[in-house]
Design a protein around this ligand. Structure first.
Ligand SMILES: [Zn+2]
Length: 330
């Protein structure tokens, strides 16, 4: 069974640190000491999870032709606009007659491992979870010209205990993997479900509304990542945004890229983004929440700022949650 990156958990639990009771405006802003980047350039890297295509329980996998059409549309948009994005596969979803892994790799984009079945680290024994990682690793090695190096944790769950977190990271490193951190923990997956539902109903007004919400959400999320960095680090840092392979991106990713560029964002590759020193900071979080890296590095002796990504997820769930799972039989 597969899920999008976050939908299985209630929004508050998925997005907000366990035990976090801070609210907007709680605590004075404390700026950590650090030297600012040489250029105050606003850089963001786009990543696409749950390849070859995002889905949820009860959904059948689209046929290989449809899967390829969605991937071709996204890769085509990225190439057309010269965006060095990355993609993370759940290998158990690959079908014999589709070549989505090869498509992304041939376009010069970064292809990474997102486990075979989208297993949640805190929910399964570590050995079992590692087997899931290794199964996908083997598939990717067969399909890629070079062994994969980047890993994305399903649900951004890096383990609910420090020992589990550190042992999983150690074993991943042993396999040759590094963590493709996320700073911009979006709720684009929910909008993608609603977009598909609007298409199914032939509701063009809803489709238009969701596209507008997607564009607004993506730009605001990236800018909120920057604001969170300013709070935690003292200045903006390179951002890594989480999207998924879905129909919404296939149809409208180009507008999001244009919007980001119009706001002064430069789209950079994964290695350039992760080279930012912010990713060398210690991880202070162990828990099941799918948090931004910028929330994970928060110094617990300081007041925690309000977590926009959690608030935004709650807001979008309030507006669109009922359309995410339409009543049976409708
Ligand atoms: Zn995922």
């Amino acid at each position: 069974m597969l899920l999008g990156c976050h939908p299985s958990a209630p929004p508050s639990a998925a997005a907000v640190p366990d035990g976090d009771t801070t609210s907007p405006g709680a605590g004075a802003t404390t700026i950590a000491e650090d030297s600012p980047p040489a250029a105050a350039e606003r850089r963001v890297h786009l990543t696409f999870d749950d390849a070859p295509v995002m889905s949820e329980p009860g959904d059948g996998l689209p046929g290989p032709e449809r899967v390829m059409a969605i991937n071709e549309a996204i890769v085509g948009t990225l190439r057309e606009r010269d965006v060095p994005a990355s993609v993370f596969f759940n290998c158990s979803r690959l079908q014999p007659h589709e070549r989505s892994v090869e498509l992304w790799a041939a376009a010069g984009l970064t292809v990474g491992n997102h486990t075979d079945t989208h297993a949640k680290l805190s929910k399964v024994p570590l050995d079992e979870w590692m087997d899931d990682v290794i199964r996908c690793d083997q598939v990717l090695r067969e399909r890629l010209p070079r062994p994969p190096h980047w890993f994305r944790y399903p649900y951004l769950d890096q383990g609910d205990r420090v020992e589990l977190r550190d042992e999983a990271a150690r074993r991943l490193a042993e396999l040759g993997y590094a963590n493709a951190h996320v700073t911009v923990a979006t709720t684009e997956w929910l909008l993608a479900y609603v977009y598909r539902e609007a298409s199914r109903r032939g509701d063009e007004a809803l489709r238009d509304e969701v596209v507008a919400a997607y564009r607004q959400h993506m730009v605001e999320a990236v800018e909120q990542g920057w604001a969170l960095a300013e709070h935690e680090v003292g200045h903006g840092t390179a951002q890594v945004a989480l999207l998924h392979v879905n129909e919404l991106a296939a149809d409208h990713l180009g507008e999001v890229i244009d919007d980001l560029r119009a706001r002064g964002w430069t789209l950079v590759g994964l290695e350039e983004a992760l080279d930012d020193p912010v990713f060398d900071r210690p991880d202070h979080y162990a828990g099941r929440g799918g948090l931004s890296w910028l929330a994970r590095i928060h110094d617990e002796s300081e007041p925690r700022p309000s977590y926009w990504f959690g608030e935004e997820e709650a807001r979008l769930m309030q507006r669109y949650g009922e359309l995410w799972r339409p009543p049976a039989g409708e």
